[in-house]
Write a protein that binds this ligand. Structure first.
Ligand code: ADP
Ligand code: MG
Length: 285
């Protein structure tokens, strides 16, 4: 649930990951914990092995997608670090991050579905009338969002993204985002999983745009089991369904302090994460 690395000062503790900088500052150690958040709060108990799943899945995709774009990965060798870091951590090149979250959507869900119902568009991208919740889009779309320091990210138009990163860069990020999404979604389909949407983060290292952060994990994406896909309703989610169901069942008011999870809910959720990993990669964790 918590990491400590003697001699290092964490430069960030996110909801899920702790980030440490190397002595010279050029490298970062990103450690995925077993923390889980729901409704924007970190729950009091973790999900066994969740951090390992997130890190191993990111490593899988970074490798799978490395000919689409260069990325920040350096090494997963944790020699000399506490043994608990093994398998859930990676060294990366520190990037100057773009302050835009790069979202690709192939299906209508979440905030995309909400925007569409209100405006007939998502992030200013007009869509055909008559789409339902979870409908497949005619083609994948780029729907950027702000990178909020705290609270909710906010959907923005391509033009607003261009104001933040510049028009030329915004066009590059859009093209990369859609190319990565297409490649990943096409592969995942053959493994029985629909990638409804996903969020990438890019940065610059030595003047070059690199893919950074976590990649195509259940925390950054919506994965749907293809054999249960049915538009017109929300889809069963691969990861947090048990958690959300449990939290609804105890009528938590969604104010802090966030509750913990009973052992069996945490255990079943852990199995779901591992199932997603195995389905996508064809390997057991
Ligand atoms: N290569 C990198 N260089 C610099 N920052 C990075 C890199 N990769 C990821 N990050 C940043 O590290 C942080 C990871 O924290 P995370 O656990 O995702 O927290 P959050 O709750 O903010 O999403 C994010 O702010 C992400 O933008
Ligand atoms: Mg994050």
């Amino acid at each position: 649930m918590e990491t400590n690395l003697p001699g290092y000062v964490p430069i960030a503790r996110g909801k899920v990951r702790d980030v440490y900088a190397s002595g010279d500052g050029g490298r970062l150690l990103i450690v995925a914990t077993d923390r889980i958040s729901a409704f924007d709060f970190i729950l009091a108990t973790g999900i066994p092995d969740k951090g390992r799943v997130l890190t191993q899945m990111t490593l899988f995709w970074l490798d799978f997608l490395r000919d689409v774009t260069p990325n920040h990965f350096l090494s997963a060798d944790m020699t000399g670090l506490p043994p608990e870091f093994e398998g859930r951590s990676m060294w990366v090149r520190r990037a100057e991050m773009f302050q835009v979250e790069c979202v690709a959507r192939g299906y209508l869900a979440g905030s995309g579905w909400k925007d569409y119902q209100r405006t007939g568009a998502v992030c200013g991208v007009p869509l055909p009338a008559g789409l339902q919740e979870s409908s497949a889009l005619p083609e994948p779309i780029f729907t950027p969002a702000t990178k909020a320091q705290s609270g909710h990210d906010e959907n923005i138009s391509f033009e607003q993204a261009a104001k933040i990163v510049g028009a030329e860069t915004a066009a590059k990020l859009r093209d990369l985002t859609l190319a990565l999404y297409r490649r990943a979604a096409e592969y995942a389909r053959t493994r029985g999983i629909l990638i409804a949407d996903t969020k990438f983060e890019f940065g610059v290292v030595d003047g070059q745009i690199v893919l950074a952060d976590e990649v195509l994990t259940p925390d950054s994406s919506r994965f749907w089991p293809a054999d249960r896909y049915q538009p017109g309703r929300s889809q069963p989610s691969y990861d947090k369904q048990f958690v959300r169901d449990y939290l609804e069942s105890i009528h938590w008011n969604k104010q802090p302090p966030a509750p913990g999870l009973p052992e069996d809910v945490a255990q079943r959720t852990s199995e779901k994460y591992k199932e997603a990993y195995q389905a996508l990669t064809g390997r057991a964790l």
